[in-house]
Write a protein that binds this ligand. Sequence first.
Ligand SMILES: *Cc1c(COP(=O)(O)O)cnc(C)c1O
Length: 475
Amino acid sequence: MTNTPPQELLRRIPAVDQLLLRPVIAAWVESTGHDFVVAEIQSLLAETRAAVLADATGAVVTPELLEATLARRLERCLRPGLGRVINASGVILHTNLGRAPLSTAALENISALAAGYTNLEYDISEGKRSQRDLLVQPLLREVLGCEDAAVVNNNAAAVYLILNTLASGREVVVSRGELVEIGGSFRVPEIMARSGAHLCEVGTTNKTRLEDYEAAVNERTALLLRVHPSNYRIRGFTERPALAALVDLARRHRIPLVEDIGSGCLVDLRPFGISDEPTVQASLAAGVDLICFSGDKLLGGPQAGIIAGARALVAPIRKNPLMRTYRVDKLVYGALEATLRSYRFGRAAGEIPVVRMIAMSREETGRRARRFARRLRPRLPEGAAVRLVKGQSVVGGGSCPESLLPSTLLSLESESVRPAVIESRLRALDPPVIIRVEEDRALVDLRTVLPADEQVLAESLLGVVSPGFARETGT
Ligand SMILES: *Cc1c(COP(=O)(O)O)cnc(C)c1O
């Protein structure tokens, strides 16, 4: 093989105009715009010239080669950073997959609000400025049974604002069994330090008694903080005062009892086998002075932090200048209001996807799995099978770590494609499908799959075990 001189190779690199004439590239220009495609071609050609000069192999750069590289790059540019995913993992509040999917009512409300102007901070009847924070306050008061409530960006912000407003420079009593870390770097002691409040730890990891709290209270105590150990449980030789006893202690000493309840569960989940998730209403009714929780965990709404309780405690928090740094936008209010309405009218179990998924019985997941498998089977390629297996779904999102929801799962099997490969192939699709591999089985849990996604899921499962898959995608 004779080496072509670099100058000759450079001369043979096609010009921009020549590439633009190729049908595939012309179609890109049509769909994405001339300037964008030209800029991408120019940078590709510049890199190609540099590579030719640096490399002595004398390989000829063909228009076909450039076109293929360009197509890959353009596709990468157009792929969204944030995109839809089909969650077939069976983890209902998957933090990495964006926690709660919103209800139809919330979606409709968002789309009605997003495109236009709203009364976000405008009092229509008075014709003057108002506060956004008051928009959902009446609804929160009714649903939760509290005097006042405020909304911030997330529950971490809620905890921080509560401590910063009510306890800066003073002491906050917390049990050593409740100094939790929630995924994504929320740690109670660190938030406390940043808020300016001084942590006063009492008890031990496994046992904290009422006397421990009692002994810690002094004239510098700003509040008692109870934290729901969302994502873990301390079992065995353990003790924790009943909420009523803490309420009583707080009242006797005239200091507020604040509870970070985490998940914001508003419906009794015991009928569905979840016994370790207290409800917000129960805590408030028991006499907790101030409570905070997430909007996108068990509540099933948008990302938000809700602070609810006594007016005398919420009012100063609302006036904290830092409140402005954690405020939420109109879309969050829109989604939250619609979500809360479902609770207000007793329709949460039918309308809130998270609650619906939790409420699904094993029989129901079995019926759905059988129906889905019946549709899939006639179209499965040789050597592939789908079997129903007994398994469990989990709530996730740092809620109810010990409650497993009995489910019927689908196991997708193939003589030629290993479970781990099925999993990674599904993940590479558009939209990506997330499943679990357990005991060397590729498990699909329909509990977390939205009914509208079933068709796409079926095609995806068939695709990844079909003999053509590897050929078409090079995986
Ligand atoms: C999840 C959780 C948080 C953090 O809530 P975000 O809404 O994710 O900021 C704080 N405290 C508890 C107890 C939690 O469970």
